[in-house]
Design a protein around this ligand. Sequence first.
Ligand SMILES: [Zn+2]
Ligand SMILES: [Zn+2]
Length: 315
Amino acid sequence: MVECSFCGRRAVHYQRTAGVYRCDRCFVENLEKRFRRTVAKNNLVEPRDKIVAAVSGGTDSVSNLHLLAQHLEYRKGEVLSLTIDEGIGGYRDESLPVVKENSQMLGVEHKILSFEKIFGKSLDELAKLSEEKNGPDPCTLCGILRRSLLNQAARELHADKLAIGHNLDDVVQTIVLNYLKGDLSRLYRLGPDLEGREGFVPRIKPLREISEKEAAIYALLNDLSVHIGTCPYIGGMRSEVREFINRMEKNHPTTKYRILRMFDKIRPHLPVNFEDFELKECERCGEPATGQLCRSCELLEELGVERRKKRLISD
Ligand SMILES: [Zn+2]
Ligand SMILES: [Zn+2]
């Protein structure tokens, strides 16, 4: 039996970068401490905050919801869970009950927004249209639509923050992807501090220093109900970047942390000034836009799809 380096109980995890073993209790305690440290260091949560957590049902977002609910109870805040049902056959339909179960367990209100109801079409249908019209690939398309729905819903719910379950792996992949694509403004917006522009609900990523594997172990050790599955549309450059970074991490431990740390150091010096362009309200959905329409409504127009609902949350 391998013993926990801290208490001598049976170890369940080896942290290669620090050379320490942890038992189930010490693992959970350490992860919760790191979660709180990320939140405190970047000032992600304030007392009495109302936070909307985007929860897909995967290990990251479910762990994030539990950690946030725990944290907000002590900060006297409130958390709500929000799931986007994109309409991905055989994938999302299985994860919706999982989010419902976790929300009920925590006594958290759960809202679902469906592409079908809002746009009149599922992602599966939109992806076909986009392919016919040489539009963006399904992953990009989904990302744009989901992002704006999350922001709009959080705004309509009067949330102080929108919490996303992105872990260390996701954040590091996105940093490298934006380098490869040369997208400076996207790169800048990945930072830990909050995007406080009018119309945007600040997005927080409390798991940005916790790896995908650690979030999965946390869910497992806490016996959380999660949906294990891979989105059928995953692919493209992100998969290549993911493989590359995982290989580097294997051969050179702490690569992921070092990419994140380096990014956090250079980010304040990036020559990006958002005050330069003024934001208006999108004519169709009210989201922040640089022109008459926001990116999401522009995309729908290109695909010839008419949006059915202007407001998302009926009060
Ligand atoms: Zn221990
Ligand atoms: Zn719009």
